[in-house]
Design a protein around this ligand. Sequence first.
Ligand code: PAF
Length: 293
Amino acid sequence: MQTFLNKKIMQIITTKSELIRQTEACHRQKKTIGFVPTMGALHQGHAALIKQAIAENSVCIVSIFVNPTQFNNPEDLQKYPRNLKKDAELLAQIGVHFVFAPTVDEMYSETDMQSVFSFDFNGLDKVMEGKMRPGHFNGVVQVVSRLFELIHPTRAYFGEKDFQQLAIIHHMVERSSMKERFENIHIIDCPIVREASGLAMSSRNERLSEQEKETAINISKILFASREWAKDMPVEQVQQRVIDTINAVESLEVEYYEIVDKTTLHTTTTFDNAIGCVTVYCGNVRLIDNIQY
Ligand code: PAF
């Protein structure tokens, strides 16, 4: 399928064989490939990553695939917003060259779907999101490694909002037993994109009512305030103060707030190389955000 919304023609690819054909042609012609993996429901946060990928490479590929193996809650998977037509329009306007939008059957065999993909995370999956969503990062590594093997991108772009995911992708490419397979892939960390209010952009924000959106603004406000608190309070106290201050806002409930080392994700007692990662329920919507100290 081709779309002519932009001067360039964007091609939507649905099969692995066509994707390999196109990417091999790019590699033969020594074109650099910028790759942005997504699950669709695209917003301005994705757009920022994609624009960077276009600016830094000869070809930009975006994947849109709601990956079933990274959902530990079937209802969450079922409710995940899917609108390929709207997403494709945005991508064509931005100037993407290829969109890879496979079906689940194209990506996974029945055996893949029935077995659990295993990977040595070196403990990176034992904390925060990994602890709360068992198996989630196995699914992420399973799909990202498969996409990398199909595309062999020069650069792959990931948002810092999902900081633990980014740390795990760095581990996969740079330190894990898989690293030889991904030798020439550079992982590019992209800063969190925020609305003018400070709220971190997320596909889940669509599920917030206007009132909840106002409430959710407090999350980033409190995280930014904690940078000031960090000037004269120890880590443990800052951590507790963030939790208490967010919980004091009506309709907000912290699931976890951890201040960890950015590389190991181990809890830390100093603010050197530290990041604070938070998950908060705003009503029924689970939001994540983080702050680097
Ligand atoms: O961050 C996401 O949207 C997903 O986890 C990713 C990287 C596209 C893998 O499905």
